[in-house]
Ligand binder design. Structure first.
Ligand SMILES: [Mg+2]
Length: 130
């Protein structure tokens, strides 16, 4: 399986760094998309198949937490894999994101930690142990 991946971050340089980590991680990628906020990301998800979203939290227009809530509330988008990539350190907020089925890795992150987060999510999705 190759992943169609969407990188969502309001910082263009950060999007580039995340995209580079994806390339370095060795994850099989079929296509790589970018969005600058949650609203752009939702619009893109509604016209384009995406397997995995790498999501910033703090963004203008629509933040990552609101975006994730909208994805989970949409029957067609609900199953999308989401890994939050953030400097966020608020444990209640991280707990809320995980309760919505997202993985979480801290910026800056290694390609290996990205791969692990994706594998953990896929194991949960297929009924394996978290
Ligand atoms: Mg940001």
């Amino acid at each position: 399986m190759a992943f169609s991946i969407l990188v969502v971050d309001d910082n263009r340089l950060m999007r580039g760094m995340v995209a580079r980590s994806v390339t370095l991680s060795g994850l099989p990628v079929s296509s790589l998309h970018e969005a600058g906020d949650g609203e752009q990301a939702l619009a893109l998800l509604r016209r384009q198949w995406v397997d995995l979203v790498l999501l910033d939290i703090n963004m203008p227009v629509m933040d990552g937490e609101t975006f994730l809530g909208q994805v989970r509330a949409d029957a067609r988008l609900r199953a999308t894999l989401v890994v939050v990539v953030s400097t966020e350190s608020s444990q209640p907020r991280i707990a809320r994101l995980k309760a919505l089925g997202a993985g979480f890795i801290h910026k800056p992150f290694t390609p290996e930690s990205l791969v692990k987060a994706v594998q953990d999510l896929m194991a949960i999705g297929s009924g394996g142990a978290p």
